[in-house]
Write a protein that binds this ligand. Structure first.
Ligand code: NAP
Length: 167
């Protein structure tokens, strides 16, 4: 099983990622950063996060793999996987694979990731969805803290976290 997947996520101070099915704290530059990072790679996304995309449609120019346990679920322009293992098998030969949320998909696939692109938003939002706190997990290290940026009073940074060697 491959272990070179990459997570892409934006978190607030408490590693919160969303409220009521959507991302509440957003800086415009993060959208561009997301497109740059994921490029033309494969993205793995949960059914609920897909619903939050414009028109509930898969992302353009990338292979989309949608995770759902619903055997009848289908969406044009995406491949469907019914388990983490099935998603991993589907993308076995894809050069670059990005896990793009939400919470349940991050939790299911983080063990298969060796890198996390984390947009750290140094602010406190209300959240009901969270990403695991990598700073509290000794198997992850901050490889690149990113430069300090600011948008309308929100400080943020594009960080890169990597799984520590031997973990
Ligand atoms: N800040 C960020 O970077 C970021 C990025 C993405 C999402 N988010 C936020 O994350 C929140 C959504 O997270 P969420 O956990 O509620 O939803 P989610 O992970 O997007 O989707 C959950 C659904 O995915 C399917 N699923 C998950 N794990 C599965 C597995 N192992 N096997 C088969 N199907 C699986 C199930 O679909 P079925 O119910 O169809 O079976 C499940 O209900 C939202 O607030 C969103 O805004 C934030």
């Amino acid at each position: 099983m491959r272990h070179d997947l990459q997570a892409v996520v934006a978190v607030d101070n408490g590693w919160g990622i969303g409220l009521h099915g959507t991302q509440t704290l957003v800086v415009p530059e993060d959208r561009r950063h997301f497109r740059l990072v994921t490029g033309r790679g494969t993205v793995i996304v949960g059914r609920k996060t897909l619903l939050d995309f414009p028109g509930g449609r898969p992302l353009k120019n990338r292979r989309n793999i949608v995770l759902t346990r619903d055997p009848a679920f289908a969406v044009e322009g995406a491949d469907i996987a019914h388990s983490a293992e099935e998603a991993l098998a589907l993308c076995e030969n894809d050069p670059e694979v990005f896990v793009i949320g939400g919470e349940s998909v991050y939790r299911a696939l983080l063990p298969y990731c060796n890198r996390a692109h984390v947009t750290r938003l140094f602010a406190d939002a209300d959240n009901d969805a969270f990403f695991p706190d990598l700073s509290a997990d000794p198997s992850w290290r901050l490889a690149d803290p990113g430069e300090a940026r600011e948008h309308e009073g929100i400080r943020y940074a594009f960080q890169t976290w990597e799984r520590a060697k031997g973990e």
